[in-house]
Design a protein. Structure first.
Lengths: 464, 963
């Protein structure tokens, strides 16, 4: 009996092995070599780049820019993985009238940066001397004729110089530039798995069709000027999700329909992590926070993870956001102090407490749909720590919450005990206004995740 | 002249002083019995009644002067033999013997006096023996003019409450003015046609503009005192430049007299506003006349120490009284061949205004559907509430020298040199409250920006004209002019800085004081902006005209031809620097102590370059060549006809500061030609009545800046020039009846109609697919019609002068409607046609003046009222959301009294009613109550967006006059 049982067991194991082998054999894993994708002629790295550029920048090369550069309306510039572009400290403009493809990979990211800069990322580093707030070049400025910009696994750094000419329509000489600027509702803009570090004013104005996913933004907006990270004006439609935003001057993600295009601003902001945002805005009251909707904009705001920001989600009453078409909830807010909790729902705004929010609380005197003079948090301050892998809370600041400006050695992945896990809402879809394509579109439009914030416990979301 | 005003003297005190003056004017005569002589004084040739002629009995103290109807009366004469003497400027003295016998109560003596004939005056069309500065001369001018004009005499100007030409203009029939921040008129709108449709002449020569973008000339730059007369020409003859659709304003400056003249005046005054609040002054002496980039070259990176701060440090002072003085001196030399007049004037005044402004958000809330009527339409939202205080020191200087040299009977040369300069040193304090999302009726909360601005602008117009007039044969004449004119404007270091503080909410979340009340957060420093702007507009023009007057069929027929060539160079410089505060090392904001100690930096590479390629840097060359042919004759008795054709060629060439290798349209050219026919009929019903009918074709050229394809991104929309902008063309029709009766009595009634092709309007238009831009555009056709009525009537010592103009213009343009598209569940824009009046056009404008004249006592007084009906002051890009300026009524008073023999005392009080200038959006007002309540709201049917208050101004002075 014992023997026959053993025999049966062996046979069962054998059978199951055969069965499973026969199943997997139906699809081989095949790897073949492909030549690197190239468009047109290679761009020469022999002398500094000035004026019109097109073709391909080749893997491993370093290009130096020596003047304003421009991709003409019918041209495309392809940047292969592992390219470094040194934009210099002379305020040069990177203009796009045609198509820009910056296709880095996780193994070989692209750098569009300034050579020879030492970053100072420790909390409390002095801001007046920080190279992130010096504005060294004018960013990537897209004319209304620009068709497509794809940025994958690319570092863009140290933008914000003052514009000196009108090479690109919509650029005003004498004004501080934005890190990236779009102005045609039909332009397609994809930014994935990339890094943006240092800007004087707004990091980007994607007034176009966009998918901005799984990126890390640090040190954007100087304390003298302010500035939002993703500042969407009229004509901007798309998804901004799984982004880690640290130390935004004013807002991390902001949607407004100001600017008069026929396309209403429509943004789905979800699964973003906002850390210590809103403290560099010069205005003492009334604006700045973490994320907001204002002036006729519509969209969704779900699954946000908001840590020690000046306010929680704001839905602005004047100028009035398109409140009828904004939905939100499942947002996780944390603060080191009572003051931070008290501003999760700014009293004058139209963003009301949701039962799905964490912590879910109902302020005294709250009437649904009506702003009350004060939202006082009566729960325990700091009780709902999000349990990051390495971001001790209360924050290890030198003096004030403004001291946290960069990721540095912190790690904003969720530890397995995080209360953010499983608190997200997955019952909606991305707007998905850009094509999915390894070269000419998004690699992946990641749907909403089950965990609040940019990093998912199942390994999806932000890959940094 | 010592009229000292204590700081706290109130308006009532002024009224008291003014009434004292009036009382001394009207002291009653003693009564007695005797004979009475009465009658009229008339021109022996024209039979015109003459006003102000002196009538007296020789070797007695009995004397009088003719009144506004040209009549006189001398009472209480003891019977006996007398010599009755009549004297009048420009006329021969007339003496006649009278015998007044006992028993006769009244005697009627009508006097005819003869003008002093001066043979050298043949050149001029109109008999110059009459004092050119008199009202009578101007009535004659109107009746003799070949086309439709209105004219105002120097005497009328002198007696009016006005000291600038712009303010005089508003009293002309069919003219209204745009006001500047001080409440004074600045630009003229003629028959509802905006300032762009009119031009300005000095002695018939077009002058360039000190404006940095446009052609029109600010009329407040001209002191009224230098004028011999002011003409508003509403129908153009072929000999006139053809680019006026509303009309042309001709400033005729004082010309050389026939004999020695001298006059001088000195006056002082005050503005009521500075009894109520101090004047804010700054040190304009530290202002750098040139930008750092002009001093050190365009690649220079400015540093914060390049910018003085003392011009942003303010002192509250009680300003010194305003002072005005001027003189005119003229004579003839070299056996009367050379005539010279020199006139100069200086006006220094301190003006102020207080205003409140609501700034709208860039776009309104969406309408619930596309078919928006006012009730379900777009919701206007406001982002900011501004309180503004202006303190402005205005200095006007004008000087001119006019010389004529009458070589002989056939050849005359004149040389005119004139310079006009106005400088404004202005402080603006602004408190900008960002309208908090949820407001209560109590104290506001939120973000407050305090903005202080210092501006010094100097505008200058210089004109030099050499003219010759030659009688070649008995019926051929030629005249020529060589003209050099330059207009400049300089605004060095227009500087503004900002401080920010917050007003906390009254709740536990916000900082509160120990009593739980709202507190102000500490004030921090925000950005500072400095601009340098200067521009010049220089004309070199030559004119040549021939006329030949043969007798055809026993009638004089005048053929004339001629033309002009003008080379214009215009350039504009603009540089702007923005300095940012240096935050504290920990990233917190720098707190405010004072402007001198504030720490600023240039932030961002190239910030120190400023804005060297700003679109406002440009040059335009414009060459105009024009020729005309004109004929003037009387086809039948009493009917005069002037007609002809004018051809104008325009060539323009512009250059911007943009790099032509990077920017489309960095430079370019345009040219066009216009054929402008016109015909004018004048039918004299009697010697005092005319009927006029005229047609003329005219154009209006776009502003210099508008034709450049610049692009300036704004907060809401990008503003763009339009190189394809067409010039405006118009067909103009006029019909007018004129009646001039004795004295200055007058009645004019007229109708006009204009058909305007390609009017230029600023509007929001779609650019490609990217959105809306604000751009000057041509909009098909517009019409403008109306009627004018001018009425002057004197009743003895009193007179009334009234004019009224009705204007109806209509233009249809596309506006944006922002609405909710229910089918697509999205908010979007669409274009919708809106028909409205032209910008600046009031349906009703009018003047009413009550005049008092007692020639015997040397008193002139008037109470003048100006009414400007509601009009669009600013166009909105959105359907039916234009800014309307509410009807505005201003009441002014002026009086003059002969004090001693050649001395006159005068007083002028402006804006007696302290009328506020209110701007509104006609839209159901949702801001009157509740938490959305806004200041200034008192009308349920319109939202008040701006309210400016200018207060009264007073002036008292002394004038001395020989001849």
């Amino acid at each position: 009996m014992k023997k026959s049982l053993l025999q049966f067991g062996l046979m069962a194991m054998l059978a199951s092995t055969i069965f499973s082998c026969s199943k997997s054999s139906s699809s081989e894993t095949v790897t073949v070599s492909t030549p690197p994708f190239q468009l047109g002629q290679a761009v020469s790295d022999a002398s500094p780049l000035v004026g019109s550029i097109k073709g391909t920048m080749l893997t491993g090369k370093t290009y130096t820019v020596g003047g304003d550069i421009l991709i003409n309306a019918s041209d495309t510039l392809l940047i292969q993985p592992g390219v470094t572009i040194n934009m210099g400290q002379s305020g040069y403009n990177f203009g796009v009238k045609g198509t820009l493809l910056s296709l880095g990979t996780k193994a070989q990211p692209i750098w569009i940066t300034v050579a020879g800069i030492t970053k100072t990322d420790l909390p409390g580093a002095p801001m007046n001397t920080d190279p992130a707030y010096k504005g060294m070049w004018c960013g990537i400025n897209c004319d209304s004729s620009c068709k497509l910009v794809v940025i994958k696994w690319t570092h863009i750094e140290f933008t914000g110089a003052v514009l000196t000419n009108s090479m690109i329509t919509g650029n005003k000489p004498g004004s501080n530039s934005y890190g990236m600027f779009f102005q045609n509702p039909n332009t397609v803009f994809v930014m994935e798995d990339s890094w943006f570090y240092g800007a004087l004013d707004d990091c980007m104005r994607p007034n176009c069709k966009f998918s901005i996913m799984r990126n890390t933004f640090e040190k954007c907006g100087s304390p003298a000027i302010g500035g939002d990270i993703i500042n969407v004006k009229s004509g901007g439609t798309g998804d901004a999700a799984y982004n880690l935003i640290v130390g935004a001057a004013t807002n991390g993600t902001k949607a407004s329909n100001k600017g008069g295009t026929p396309v209403q601003t429509n943004c789905r902001f979800y699964n973003n992590t906002y850390v210590h945002c809103g403290y560099k805005q010069p205005a003492p009251v009334g604006r700045a926070g973490s994320w907001n909707f204002e002036e006729g904009a519509k969209g969704m705001a779900y699954n946000g993870l908001v840590i020690n920001c000046r306010t929680g989600l704001r839905i602005v009453a004047n100028p009035l956001a398109d409140t009828a078409n904004i939905s939100y909830g499942y947002n996780f807010n944390y603060g080191d102090s009572q003051a931070v909790y008290n501003w999760i729902y700014p009293p004058a705004d139209l963003s009301y407490p949701q039962s799905t929010d964490i912590p879910a609380f109902t302020p005294a005197g709250y009437v649904k749909g009506q702003a009350v003079p004060v939202y006082t948090y009566t729960g325990t301050v700091g009780a709902n720590k999000p349990m990051f892998v390495n971001f001790p809370l209360p924050a290890q600041i030198v003096n004030k919450l403004i001291d946290i400006q960069a990721v540095g050695s912190f790690d904003f992945h969720l530890s397995s005990s995080s209360p953010c896990i499983g608190k997200g809402y997955t019952g909606f879809s991305p707007l998905a206004v850009v094509p999915v394509n390894p070269i000419y579109g998004a690699t992946e439009i990641t749907p909403p995740g089950a965990d609040c914030g940019a990093f998912q416990s199942n390994g999806t979301g932000n890959q940094h | 002249m010592s009229f000292i005003v204590s700081k706290r003297l109130k308006f009532s005190s002024f009224i008291f002083i003014a009434s004292l003056l009036v009382c001394t004017f009207s002291n009653a005569r003693t009564t007695a019995s005797g004979v009475e002589i009465e009658g009229s004084v008339r021109d022996a040739n024209t039979k015109e009644y003459l006003i102000g002629a002196i009538v007296y009995l020789k070797d007695t103290k009995l004397n009088t002067a003719t009144n506004l109807e040209g009549k006189y009366k001398i009472k209480y004469i003891t019977p006996g033999k007398y010599i009755l003497v009549c004297k009048y400027v420009g006329y021969k003295i007339k003496e006649q013997e009278l015998t007044l016998s006992e028993g006769v109560k009244e005697l009627k003596v009508n006097i005819l006096i003869e003008p002093i004939s001066t043979e050298l005056n043949e050149v001029s069309v109109i008999d110059t023996s009459i004092n050119k500065e008199s009202d009578l001369f101007n009535r004659k001018l109107e009746i003799n003019a070949p086309s439709v004009i209105n004219s105002i005499s120097a005497k009328t100007i002198q007696l009016s409450p006005d000291i600038t030409v712009a303010n005089v203009l508003q009293r002309v029939s069919g003219v209204s003015v745009d006001r500047n921040a001080n409440g004074e008129g600045r630009f003229a709108i003629i028959r509802g046609m905006d300032k762009r449709y009119n031009y300005t002449l000095v002695n018939g020569i077009k002058i360039p503009s000190p404006d940095n973008k446009n052609r029109y000339v600010p009329m407040d730059i001209f002191p009224a005192e230098l004028l011999e007369r002011l003409e508003v020409i509403k129908a153009l003859t072929p000999a006139m430049e053809g680019d006026a659709i509303g009309g042309a304003i001709n400033l005729v400056m004082k010309s050389a007299p026939e004999k020695f003249i001298f006059s001088a005046n000195l006056s002082t005054g005050y503005s009521q506003i500075f009894f109520d609040r101090p004047f804010s002054s700054f040190n304009s002496g530290v202002i750098n006349p040139k930008a750092p980039s002009e001093i050190n070259g365009p690649t220079y990176q400015a540093v914060p120490s390049d910018f003085p701060r003392a011009n942003l440090s303010y002192k509250e002072i009680t300003p010194a009284p305003n002072t005005n003085f001027g003189f005119t001196i003229g004579n003839r030399f070299l056996k009367n061949k050379l005539g010279v007049i020199v006139a100069a004037t200086y006006q220094n005044s301190n003006r102020g205004s207080n205003s409140q402004v609501l700034l709208p958000s860039s776009q309104p809330g969406a309408a619930s559907s596309k078919d928006a009527s006012l009730n379900n339409g777009m919701l206007v939202q406001f982002s900011d509430y501004n309180g503004r205080q202006y303190s402005t020191q205005i200095t006007r200087m004008g000087a001119h020298v006019f010389m004529d040299y009458k070589l002989n009977k056939k050849n005359t040369f004149t040389l005119y040199n004139g310079i006009i300069r106005m400088s404004e040193i202005q402080t603006r304090h602004q408190i900008d409250t960002v309208l908090e999302k949820t407001r209560t009726a109590g104290p506001g909360t939120g973000e407050v920006h305090e903005q202080d601005r210092s501006r010094m602008t100097t505008q200058t117009i210089y004109n030099s004209t050499l003219q010759g007039k030659h009688q070649l044969t008995h019926n051929i004449k030629v005249d020529w002019s060589l003209v050099y004119s330059i207009a400049t404007s300089e605004t060095p270091d227009w500087a503004q800085f900002e401080r920010i503080h917050g007003v906390s909410l009254k709740n536990a979340n916000s900082p509160v004081d120990s009593n739980g009340n709202q507190v102000l957060t500490p004030t921090s420093i925000n950005k500072m902006t400095s601009r340098w702007m200067h521009n010049t507009d220089q004309d070199k023009t030559g004119y040549l005209n021939f006329s030949w007057t043969p007798k055809i069929l026993k009638r004089d027929v005048e053929f004339s031809t001629g033309g002009l060539m003008r080379f214009k160079n215009r350039s504009s410089f603009y540089q702007e620097y923005t300095l940012q505060p240096i935050p504290n090392t920990d990233g917190t904001q720098q707190l405010w102590t004072n402007i001198i100690d504030a720490r600023y930096q240039f932030l961002g590479i190239n910030a120190g370059l400023g804005a060297p390629t700003d679109a406002n840097n440009y040059t335009v060359d414009e060459n105009i060549t024009a020729m005309y042919g004109q004929v003037k004759f009387d086809p039948i008795r009493n009917l005069q006809l002037i007609g002809g054709m004018r051809v104008e060629n325009t060539y323009e060439n512009y250059t911007t500061a943009q790099d032509p290798s990077k920017f489309i349209g960095a430079n370019g050219t345009r040219k066009y030609q216009d054929m402008l026919p016109s015909i004018h009929f004048k039918y004299a019903l009697t010697s005092h009545q005319n009927i006029r009918l005229s047609y003329f074709s005219s154009i209006s050229r776009p502003g210099f800046f508008e034709i450049i394809p610049y692009s300036i991104p704004g907060e809401s929309w990008t503003e763009m020039g339009n190189v394809y902008l067409k010039h405006t063309q118009a067909d103009n029709y006029d019909l007018r009846y004129e009646f001039f009766s004795k004295g200055s009595n007058q009645l004019m009634a007229g109708v006009f109609y204009k058909n305007i092709t390609n009017p230029i309007e600023w509007a929001l238009v779609k650019e490609g697919t990217s959105g809306l831009i604000l751009q000057p555009q041509n909009y098909g056709n517009a019409t403008n019609y109306g009627f004018e009525l001018v009425f002057t009537k004197f009743f003895g010592a009193f007179g009334i002068h009234a004019n009224y103009t009705y204007t109806n213009s209509s233009i249809t343009t596309y506006k944006q409607i922002y609405y909710h598209d229910a089918a697509k569940n999205t908010n979007t824009f669409d274009s919708i046609a809106q028909t409205r009046p032209l910008q600046g056009q009031s349906a009703h404008i009018g003047n009413f003046s009550l005049l008092y004249k007692n020639s015997k006592l040397g008193i002139d007084a008037q109470l003048a009222l100006v009414y400007t009906g509601r009009r669009i002051s600013q166009l909105s890009g959105y359907y039916e959301l234009d800014y309307w300026q509410k009807a505005f009524t201003q009441l002014d008073f002026s009086a003059e009294k002969r004090a001693f023999k050649k001395f006159f005392v005068f007083v002028k009080i402006n804006n007696i009613l302290n009328s506020p200038l209110i701007t509104e959006i006609v839209y159901p007002n949702k801001y009157m109550t509740g938490k959305l309540m806004l200041p200034m709201q008192d009308n349920a049917n319109s939202v008040t967006v701006e309210k400016e208050i200018f207060y009264q101004t007073y002036l008292i002075g002394l004038r001395y006059k020989i001849n």
